[in-house]
Ligand binder design. Structure first.
Ligand SMILES: [Zn+2]
Ligand SMILES: [Zn+2]
Length: 339
């Protein structure tokens, strides 16, 4: 590396982002320096966009390895790679059982506890760097992370029945990922997709879901009026009290609510007999194990055109504030920053 400084996005709060020059990170013996190609915007970054953040955010990135530390043996400069979120230990009980995403000694999360991908170069332990084939497009590499990784893991864990109706509430990128997997991998027969945004409902319909226009003041009633029969599995991907409550009320007896949404505020659940007097399961699922990445990439390769159709906007780093405004405005699918 002969460059000493690089461009990076500084989130200063009030929906403002400045582009600054900062030093290119130096790497330790077990680390890798990656030149970032793409970074995906994530719904979980709403807080940092509004409130500002001490680190450079960005945790869904792909790129090219430019330098490896002295103790890194399995990776080399020139390889393309995607970056796993967590610095997991590989030794604890969770890691031993394959649950790297639930590591008991995790040292941090890129883009949250150290600088992430809204900058030209990132450093990370080699254990977080997943090399991909030279032919695998790096924009799709981003989707192998949260969009298809988190959604695939939730569905694998849920044991849902593809022959029974499923309802997805929230058709942002994660919801669209869930719908794509439901239709193209599990061949689920009836998938209802609820959202406020007509744009996102159209995207969901194009993948094969039945669109449900949600009234945000009457979430449960507006959904109930547009579905036929019982809903066996509800996948909640909004993270609001009203959508969680509606999910709990709408799911049939002995059914399952999969909670993927990330709440911005506390959940406050109203006491209602339609969930109180019923047997059902709420399953929370967070991110995904390292071991699932291989199968997720295979799925993306097999379904490349439809997966790529989820990417609706690509912006340069200089336009990152505009990218976030468009993304949180709901008339978009997956939004990427191209470095
Ligand atoms: Zn994310
Ligand atoms: Zn561990």
């Amino acid at each position: 590396m002969n460059r000493s400084t690089m461009r990076a996005a500084k989130f200063v709060g009030d929906d403002k982002i400045e582009i600054i020059e900062k030093p290119v990170p130096s790497i330790k013996a077990n680390e890798v320096l990656l030149k970032v190609a793409y970074d995906g915007l994530c719904g979980s970054e709403r807080r940092v966009f509004h409130g500002g953040f001490p680190f450079v955010p960005g945790h869904e990135m792909s790129g090219e390895i430019v330098e490896v530390g002295a103790k890194v043996e399995a990776l080399r400069p020139g390889q393309r790679a995607i970056v796993y979120l967590l610095d997991y230990c590989g030794k604890c009980a969770a890691c031993h059982e394959g649950d790297t995403h639930l590591c008991e000694n995790r040292k941090g999360l890129i883009g949250w506890t150290w600088d992430g991908g809204y900058e030209e170069y990132i450093s990370a332990p080699s254990s977080m760097i997943y090399p991909v084939d030279a032919s695998f497009p790096l924009d799709l590499g981003v989707l192998a992370l949260d969009t298809f990784g988190t959604s695939f893991h939730a569905l694998r864990k849920s044991n849902f029945d593809p022959h029974k109706p499923t309802l997805v509430i929230g058709c942002g990128p994660l919801g669209l990922g869930v719908i794509t997997i439901l239709k193209k991998h599990y061949h689920a027969e009836i998938v209802y997709a609820g959202d406020l945004s007509g744009y996102r409902l159209k995207m969901a319909e194009n993948i094969g879901a039945i669109p449900i226009c949600v009234d945000k003041d009457k979430v449960e009633d507006s959904i109930r009026a547009q579905i036929k029969g019982d809903i066996d599995t509800v996948i909640e991907i909004v993270g609001s009290s009203s959508t969680l409550l509606a999910s709990m009320c709408l799911v049939k007896r002995n059914g399952k609510v999969v909670l993927l949404g990330e709440p911005v505020k506390e959940f406050v659940i109203e006491r209602k007999t339609s969930w109180l007097l019923k047997d059902f399961i709420i399953q929370r699922s967070f991110y995904f194990p390292w071991s699932e990445i291989k199968d997720n990439i295979f799925f993306i390769q097999q379904n490349e055109p439809i997966v790529r159709s989820l990417i609706t906007n690509v912006y340069p780093l200089e336009k990152i504030a505009e990218a976030f405004s468009v993304f949180f405005g709901s008339d978009s699918g997956k939004v990427l920053i191209k470095l």
